[in-house]
Structure formats: C-alpha cells, structure tokens
Ligand binder design. Structure first.
Ligand SMILES: [Zn+2]
Length: 413
C-alpha cells in the first residue's frame, strides 16, 4: 500500500503540467462605452485571462475555465454584450496542434538544433546564438547582458558589417512567455541576415542590428514545461501562489498608470516598483548603453496582426506620429505583398485604451528612440497564441520583408 501511495505521489509530481480541459476562449464585442468599461473592469479583476485586451472599436478575447465561463456568459447576456466562441476547448486545441505531423521545411544546420518548423526551448535558442557568433565572427558579436532571475543568460547579438556612424535598430522577442511565434520569427531574421548575408548585403550594410530574441527566458521556459498559457515573468510576489509581473507593464514611463493592475495575481500586474523584474532592468541597461545610436526599437509580440505606435499610456498621439505611421505603413505593405496577410497600423492607446509601462513607450519617451514600435504577429482569430509550428515559415518569410524595409528606409540622421 505504501508503495502504491509513493507511486501515486510521484505521478502527481511528474505530471505537473497545467491542463486546460474545457477552458474556453470567447471573443466579446462591446459596442457602447459602458460595455467597454465593463469589459476593461473584468480584465483588471484578475479573474479572467485576457488573450487580447478590449479594443476601443473591436473585440476582446477572454479565456476562462468552464465554471468561470458560465458566470461570465451570464454577465455578458445581462449587459447585452455580444460574444462568439473562439476556442471551445483549449486543451483539445493544444493536443490537436501537438499532433500535427512535423513538416520539415525551412533551413537546417549541422551546427545547431534550431529549425523553423518547430518551437524550441531556451537552451536551443541560446545554442543557436552562440553558433552564429562562432561561425560568423566578422558579422556577429555576442554579449551576455545579464541573467534572468533563475540564472538564464540574456543574450544580445550585434549583427554588423562594420564601419562607423550607422543607424542602429534594436529588436527584442519573447517578452510575453506564451507568444512563441515571437522568438521563432526573431531568430529567423538573425539567421537570414547572417547565413544569407550575400543574398541581400544592404540589409546589414546600412544598419547595425541588435537582437535579443528571448528577454523573458524564465517565463518562456515555464510555458514549455508547466503552463502553455504563461505570460508573465517568474518572480515571487506578495501573494503566495501568484508569480511574476507583466514585463510589458514594468517599464518606468507613466508606470502603474492606466490599463495596469497592482494586484500580483493579475496578468497585467505592474510589479512592486518600475524595473522590479531583473530581465527588464538588464534589457533597459543594454538599450541605454547604445541609445544614441538607435533609431528604431521594435518589440515583437503576438497575436493580432498589428503594428502599434506609441503612446500606449493614454490615448495620445506623439507629435511625430505621422512619420512613425509612414514608415510603419511602408513596412507592413511590403509584408502584406508576400502572402496577403493584412496588418493594421495605429496608435496603441487610441486602439486599446491605456496600457502604461510598456517597453515601446519607455524607448521613445525615455531612451529617446524616435521610431518605437510593437509588432503583433499572426494570427487573428483561429489559433491565437497556439499558432501551429507549420505557420512559422510563412510568418518568418513575410516578416522578413518588414525588416528589409526598416533597414532600407532608416537613416543615420
Ligand atoms: Zn505580448
């Protein structure tokens, strides 16, 4: 009997992965300002997982357990807010996607294990970065700009063909753990610039690129090993059992203002103080060390197919908004021309209402980087964060055109 109990305990411990059986995601469509405020209030309550925050003229995507969903739907009916089913069984969707046979596509290397027909954990991405730096010392410089709370390296790759006075572009990925398409796409850009340099030297020759493909490695790893829907960092909070801050509400520019939560269990928790999250503090320092050279800051998220322009702390346009919009439209037009994937370009605070303390605002408002953007990769209503790995290559190939336009259009002035 004792043996059986021990065996059962082991089973519980080893199968710690969170299951989302009968969790549902619904898309809700608030029409009036009262309805919109109601939905935003729900988000701040911390009870529901907002896959997508409510757009002022649009929808929100909300995940909840079966029990919570029953009460949510009845509240929606009472308040007259229309909704539709986005994903009816999240675990079923996860299992279904995991069962899709891996289609070998895209580049392969004998020097590292990373490919673009599968999603990989931290160590494989780190190994890829080191391999690029080792194999292409004339183009690539690797720097570890610090470690995460759990000791993982925060790797920065500079890709440059040398020379002085070039404009710099800083790109980060994986700030939100569950947005797996982000590091997958960012690493593809790095590979294309380095291993395929000869096919388009101008992309690298006109610019110094700085890439940090995975800036929330602890959260990202946790989303692979324990909880596929993890978003935040993994720091401890003042509430037992609630972990992490939203790394994209943790930056010190209008910190803890609108669209944030001081409740540690919320998905949009600000953290106790600005830059409380060691990963964000390290990225901040890496940016400040080269801020005078940087002309573009691009942070890569999913999902929604949007290019968001500051400000995000409130529904306010920066003075130079038309210039940011012009470059953004040129880059997304080039992307769309590949497979006709449509992107919207707009001001984040105007589209979504306030979400203060995000990295794009800080990079424009404090670091002084003029062209600061948040790119929300696909999709837009079929899989959400659960984008199958067979989509990595199409997303990467079309997004390459976006990057190419940034390099082409930016100048050192
Ligand atoms: Zn995100």
């Amino acid at each position: 009997m004792k043996v059986l109990v021990v065996a059962l305990l082991c089973l519980v411990v080893t199968s710690a992965t969170v299951k989302f059986n009968w969790y549902e995601v619904i898309r809700v469509y608030p029409k009036t300002s009262v309805q919109l405020n109601f939905i935003r209030h729900l988000e701040h309550s911390g009870k529901y997982d907002f896959w997508k925050t409510a757009a002022t003229k649009g929808f929100a995507d909300i995940m909840a357990s079966k029990e919570n969903m029953i009460s949510l739907k009845s509240m929606l009916r009472v308040t007259g807010i229309r909704y539709s089913i986005f994903i009816s069984d999240v675990q079923g969707k996860i299992d279904q996607i995991n069962a899709i046979p891996r289609k070998e596509a895209g580049p392969k290397s004998s020097r590292y294990a990373l490919t673009w027909d599968n999603y990989y954990q931290y160590e494989t991405i780190r190994e890829f970065c080191y391999a690029l730096a080792q194999d292409y010392p004339d183009l690539v410089t690797l720097e570890v700009v610090g470690t995460s709370l759990e000791g993982r390296e925060l790797v920065l790759l500079k890709i440059s063909s040398g020379g002085e006075g070039k404009p710099g572009i800083f790109v980060d990925g994986g700030i939100h753990a569950r947005e797996w398409i982000s590091p997958a796409t960012v690493t593809y850009m790095m590979r294309e610039m380095v291993e395929n340099y000869a096919a388009h030297p101008e992309v690298v020759d006109n610019v110094d690129w700085y890439f940090m493909p995975l800036i929330n490695p602890d959260g990202y790893e946790f989303s692979h090993t324990d909880n596929r829907m993890w978003r935040k960092t993994r720091s401890t909070t003042s509430i037992a059992g609630c972990y992490g801050a939203d790394p994209n509400r943790n930056w010190d520019f209008h910190w803890a203002e609108g669209g944030t939560s001081s409740y540690p269990c919320s998905e949009i928790y600000t953290g106790p103080v600005p830059f409380s999250e060691i990963e964000m503090a390290n990225v901040r320092d890496a940016i400040l060390a080269r801020a005078s050279q940087l002309r573009i800051y691009l942070t890569v998220h999913s999902y929604g197919q949007m290019l968001l322009i500051p400000w995000g702390y409130d529904a306010v346009y920066p003075e130079d908004y038309p210039e940011l919009e012009e470059l953004g439209l040129a880059a997304t037009d080039a992307l769309t021309a590949v497979y006709n994937t449509k992107y919207d370009v707009g001001c984040s605070g105007v589209i979504y209402g306030p979400a203060a303390g995000a990295s794009d605002d800080w990079n424009k408002g404090v670091a002084g980087i003029k062209y600061s953007y948040t790119l929300e990769l696909p999709d837009n209503g079929r899989y959400g964060f659960l984008l199958p790995a067979t989509e990595i290559m199409p997303v990467a190939v079309e997004t390459w055109e976006f990057f190419r336009v940034l390099a082409e259009r930016i100048s050192a002035n």
